[in-house]
Design a binder for this molecule. Sequence first.
Ligand SMILES: [Zn+2]
Ligand SMILES: [Zn+2]
Length: 248
Amino acid sequence: MYISNIIFSQKAIDEEILDLINILIHFLHHQGVSIMLRNFSFQRNNEIVVQIKIPEQNSLANITEYKWSKKLLEVGVDIQVEILGKDIETNEVCICSKPSFYIFLGTPNIPLVCGDCQNSVPLYRIPYTDESDNNYYNICCWNKENLAWSEIEFYSFEEPFAHKQLCDISSSHNKTALELRYIIEKVSQTKCYYYLEELRYVKNLKIAKDKKCPCCGGIWYQKEKILNLYDFKCDNCQILSTLANLDE
Ligand SMILES: [Zn+2]
Ligand SMILES: [Zn+2]
């Protein structure tokens, strides 16, 4: 993934232009082009610079063709893209021509992973999951909610309600995740698993092995890790999980 500046320049930056820039940045996020909404933006003389993370070097190649960019161009705003460099915290994105399956998961980055190469899949590679808006709004919202619950849980030392939202398959957060998993599979016509956080917190191998699939009650512990990563898998319910580092 890459860090990029979008540079908006005009003789006089006013409120209307700032609003349009803001709408465009949200739009890019919901199109899967900009990965996070927590971007840096600053003014430099007659330029507004917004720094975003993008999946691929060419993710912004068509930026001037979006309707909000056209509105900015109409009022005389010039739009330039500057790639600053590779993001050091994330890998390259998947380049498989047809992944055999996907994994949907909560993450500060792209919530879709290729089952074959384990790299992130830019959301714009699959058809829109939010058909009413022609974007990935539903997935973006869920992923931000996931990040919020994760941060509450982490910084409050396992606040119980946040922990339940992430780890209990019957929580409202996980119910939405299972619906989104189904939508991803339907629109992409590619099998999709949901990565459930539950088992990350099990610290004892005996307890872990006896755990049953939290959806159907079937066996889901795998003697050999799937893809060297996942200790649990249920094909009925299409969920995966991993163990924490065990104390034993
Ligand atoms: Zn791949
Ligand atoms: Zn199951």
